[in-house]
Write a protein that binds this ligand. Sequence first.
Ligand code: CIR
Length: 254
Amino acid sequence: MLIALTRGVSPAMNRCELTHLQRRPIDIVLADRQHQAYQATLAAQGCTVLALAADAGLADSVFVEDTAIVLDEVAIVTRPGAPSRRPETTAVTLALASYRHLALIEAPATLDGGDVLVLGRDVFVGQGSRSNAHALTQLQTILQPWGYTVRGVAMHDCLHLKSAVTRVAPGRLLLNPAWVDATLFQGWDVIPVHPAEPAAANALLLETALIYPRHTPLTRQRLVAEGLMPIGVDISEFAKAEGGVSCCSIIFAA
Ligand code: CIR
């Protein structure tokens, strides 16, 4: 059974962190409706949704992916790169303690879960504005007992590694080659995003389903042409905050 840990939309989401986008008004009522539909989609695909309450003081807390990386063996609570987001980890730590042994990323390391792409025993960590080299070292120390290899990945023009590349099927990645070097992922079949949709590489793969945003139809067509069957979700309001489909949940085996 898969658990999808989520957190409600903060009424303060219009004060979210922004790095690459101009601020545009976020419709909180619509964001909340989109979040409910996102959770319903995960539930319909067999996930048990564990929904944490929204926190009015934490503008970005709906993007729960950034606060922890949950593997079969351990849950790693991050230290988010944006100081405004660090208090988000408290509620997530409490929730995860029932499911996993916990390890903590500690200062001076900074790490956002959105920068961590786990492909089998290979853990790729984006080295951008949010996740630093100290985090790489700490992650390697935490994960080495279970045979994981941690490696840093350079990326350009995007917030997180998983803005640039995600897994969309066994052995297959969806990737923006302008943002991350596709040759780093040896042995993986790479589907490039449509050039008109640079921010279209973020998908959420569950055991039997691929969750994908409706607002990037050209790349969606590419996925369909490759024989994949993405399930569409509306996340227009999260995209305005630089969030995608993977950011709004932490998926793990119960
Ligand atoms: C931030 O800048 O931290 C948020 N506004 C967006 C975080 C999106 N998270 C993700 O891609 N994993």
